[in-house]
Write a protein that binds this ligand. Structure first.
Ligand code: ATR
Length: 282
């Protein structure tokens, strides 16, 4: 596809940005649909974030993704904040509205749920209690998505208990905080286990958790996708649990932004997954 002077533009702002897979993903879809558009990496230092963001609509950008370390700053910088982004406490997708104002959205929770949905298992959000490991930005998106989808109980456990308690208080009812040392006990009767910590990622410490109390039917999902099959997923699979890897969340969270900027809601196909996977090592 040749980019013309009428091309629609979007990108991803981060610092650093060299490891982002989003340009590869969005440009795959642009080519797939034959859309005259481009999606570019934007390396933006924190002190320049607001200036660059404000310049984007003036340069004709339909919007942008926002990644580390700008996700919280983006909340304060946009003109309109989508209620879901406000609840999650971070913005990952910015859309230029017809009047030029910037709207901040968060699609991470959507990506999380769509990834599990596409896996085609019998698990549903209402199936039973969910155990969430971690209380960082990813955990916030996961918990809000689970709550909105009707999950009856979230058991939240984090190394720093205070952080889990803050998140639980913000989420309101249906969330119990479990001590990190008791995380294995929280698995009793759970329908879903999600790791949102960085443990198990290549270069990070391993995730140590005894799975013996986890029902055999429980779905296990790791947000870590380098390596694609983490030790957690391998151990869960070995004892017969259904498992879903974390790459799909990255792919699915990109879909609503692509639709807003380029007018088509793309699918996550095996082909696009393989195409992005070519750059995922570990
Ligand atoms: P993200 O936005 O990707 O969720 P984050 O906000 O840095 O990233 O959160 C990382 C998560 O991994 C946190 O839950 C963190 O626990 P703390 O809140 O106690 O820091 C967790 N984590 C990172 N390293 C850990 C370790 N060695 N042991 C246990 N938890 C760890």
């Amino acid at each position: 596809m040749i980019i013309t002077a009428k091309a629609r533009l979007a990108g991803v702002m981060g610092w650093p940005i060299g490891h982002s897979r989003s340009p590869r993903l969005h440009n795959y879809w642009l080519q797939h649909f034959g859309i005259d558009g481009a999606y570019v990496p934007l390396a933006v230092a924190p002190e320049d974030f607001e200036t660059v963001l404000r310049a984007l609509p003036r340069m004709g950008f339909a919007g942008t993704n926002v990644t580390v370390p700008h996700k919280e700053a983006a909340m304060a910088a946009v003109d309109v904040l989508h209620p879901l982004a406000k609840r999650i406490g971070a913005v990952n997708t910015i859309v230029t509205l017809p009047d030029g104002r910037l709207e901040g959205r968060n699609t991470d929770g959507f990506g999380f749920l769509e990834n599990l949905r596409q896996a085609g298992t019998v698990w549903r959000p209402a199936s039973g209690p969910a155990v969430v490991l971690g209380a960082g930005g990813a955990a916030r998106a996961v918990c809000v998505a689970l709550q909105d989808a009707g999950c009856p109980e979230i058991r939240l456990t984090n190394r720093s208990r205070a952080r889990a308690e803050t998140l639980a208080a913000e989420l309101g009812g249906g969330v119990t905080v479990v001590d990190w040392d008791r995380r294995a006990d929280a698995l009793d009767g759970a329908a879903l286990l999600v790791n949102t910590t960085s443990l198990g990622m290549s270069g990070q410490p391993p995730l140590e958790i005894d799975l013996s109390a986890l029902p055999g039917s429980a779905l296990v999902n790791d947000i870590v996708y380098v390596p694609l099959e983490t030790d957690l997923l391998a151990r869960a699979r070995a004892r017969g649990n259904p498992v879903v890897d974390g790459l799909g969340m990255l792919l699915h969270q990109a879909r609503p932004g692509f639709e807003a900027w380029f007018g088509v809601l793309p699918e996550v196909t095996p082909e696009v997954r393989d195409f992005v996977l070519e750059t995922v090592s570990g």
